[in-house]
Design a protein around this ligand. Structure first.
Ligand code: ADP
Ligand code: MG
Length: 472
């Protein structure tokens, strides 16, 4: 009897799986006819068929990035293929590799309105509100380095005990593209994993302001405020955008106090430390310093290589060490640009059937540097520097010799030389018709100060990434 059952069972399973396998094989055959060999190998071979039910074919993809890429570039091809092979009502459902264990516990099916024939299945616990957390930001893919050690360690502790550590609020600051958003969202994602009942919400202070204004207009300020007071974990990104917005700050102050009193976790990020947030209510600045303030510094070479390694793995790319080293040595100030470089390479490989070699890499790195220079103007640099140092833009062009104006002027000249293709003469002219020798002097002064004064180095590096990012 036992024997019979086993045989029978395995027979059923075999029949079912061969149906799945042959259907998927047929799909692959159609796809192969429509794309290059390279694209086929990169994007379609790694897809694993999982099951067919109710004319839906479920497949597994290696990463979230993979899904986004496929959805963006091959959506039409996939829809057509599925219809051709399985009939007009057939659908494709994707699941991301890391979520596979929770496949059976799926509680939320997210429909993507732009792609009616495919759905991304997410394993997030059901919440009655949108958390706005991006599942791609995790601790597992956040590389530790000297520049982010304290921030990373505190973030881990908070995830295990939200509201229960002395790191409340947790205030992370640092230059653009250095991982603040990634890190604070990783905390949110981890807390939801650890404590599925906790209410976690992520938003930027800009969104908070817009929602607040809408609430005022529609007479719903109480509802708005109650919603945030009910959170267990409130994560607000780029808090510097609250500067000068007094009414929003007032309400945020009240919400902050209530959450803090009831030992709810508050997590904030900013481009500068609390004390430099001029234009923010002093009461808020002092509260921001109650918990832990941690900065994120630009990554060193080893960390940049490790990040590239991790990202290329995520994208399913195999890249040799010397190529990773070349990229990491030439793109130094911004992690988002490191990532941008990999994506450009990936696009070349899969869309133009090129191979990733040192030559292509050099070309790509150069393109990134040129894009940056083309987009950056002396005007943007001046604006950003003056805004950051709170110096009047007109003063920078006149004869003022005040210390803070001179510093702003010299930093702006230095960055104009570094980040644009303008000649020294043009730079001088843009700063109140000064001579090119003044520009040379300014550049030498800043170079010198960067070596001896770490606050100047931090200031210049930070401004540099901010300008590069705002122009990319
Ligand atoms: P910020 O908010 O500071 O401007 P982001 O968090 O948006 O920067 O980071 C920019 C990009 O760099 C993101 O794609 C992020 O995943 C990546 N990144 C930043 N820091 C790290 C790190 N330590 N390890 C891996 N990826 C990182
Ligand atoms: Mg950010």
């Amino acid at each position: 009897m036992d024997n019979y059952l086993t045989t029978n069972n395995s027979f059923v399973i075999k029949e079912f799986s061969s149906d799945l396998t042959s259907t998927w094989k047929e799909c692959l055959r159609v796809i192969k006819d429509n794309v290059t060999q390279m694209t086929y190998n990169t994007w379609f071979l790694p897809i694993k068929p999982l099951e067919i039910s109710d004319s839906t074919l479920k497949v597994q993809l290696p990463s979230q990035f993979f899904w986004e890429w496929i959805d963006e570039h091959f959506n039409t091809l996939i829809s057509k293929t599925i219809h051709e092979v399985m009939g007009p009502n057939a659908k494709l459902a994707y699941i991301i590799s890391e979520e596979k264990e929770t496949f059976d516990k799926l509680s939320l099916i997210k429909k993507d309105p732009t792609s009616p024939n495919s759905v991304l299945i997410s394993s997030k616990p059901k919440q009655d509100f949108e958390t706005f957390l991006n599942p791609r930001y995790k601790f597992e893919n956040f590389i530790k380095g000297d520049g982010n050690q304290l921030a990373r360690a505190a973030a881990g502790a908070i995830s295990d005990n939200p509201g229960g550590t002395s790191f409340n609020p947790f205030f992370v600051y640092g230059g653009v593209g250095l991982g603040k958003t990634h890190l604070i969202q990783a905390i949110g994602n981890k807390i939801i994993d650890n404590f599925p009942d906790k209410k976690v919400i992520y938003l930027s202070s800009d969104t908070f302001t817009v929602e607040f204004v809408e609430a005022v207009q529609s007479n719903k300020v109480n509802e708005f405020s109650n919603f945030y007071r009910n959170m267990d974990v409130l994560i607000i990104d780029d808090i510097q955008f609250l500067l000068g917005k007094e009414k929003t700050q007032d309400l945020f102050f009240q919400i902050f106090n209530i959450l803090h009193q009831s030992r709810k976790q508050i997590i904030l990020s900013s481009d500068k430390p609390p004390k430099d947030l001029k234009g923010l209510d002093d009461r808020l600045i002092s509260r921001f310093q109650w918990g832990l303030t941690a900065d994120i510094q630009p990554p060193d070479l080893e960390t940049r290589i490790a990040i590239l390694n991790k990202k290329s793995e995520e994208y399913g790319m195999v890249i040799s060490r010397d190529i990773l080293e070349y990229i990491a040595s030439n793109i130094t100030s911004n992690i988002r640009e490191l990532e941008g470089c990999l994506i450009k390479l990936l696009a070349n490989v899969s869309l133009n059937s090129k191979e990733i070699n040192l030559e292509l890499t050099k070309k790509t790195v150069k393109e990134i540097a040129t894009d940056r220079k083309i987009n950056i103007t002396i005007e943007t640099i001046t604006k950003t520097v003056c805004n950051y140092l709170k110096v009047d833009e007109n003063k920078i062009r006149d004869k003022t010799r005040k210390k803070e104006v001179v510093l702003a002027r010299q930093v702006a000249m230095y960055l104009s030389k570094e980040l644009t293709k303008c000649s020294l003469k043009t730079i001088g002219l843009n700063f109140g018709g000064r001579d090119h020798s003044t520009v040379i002097h300014a550049c030498a002064t800043i170079e010198g100060m960067k070596l001896t004064d770490s606050t100047v180095k931090y200031l210049v590096d930070n401004l540099r990434t901010q300008i590069e990012l705002s122009c990319s």
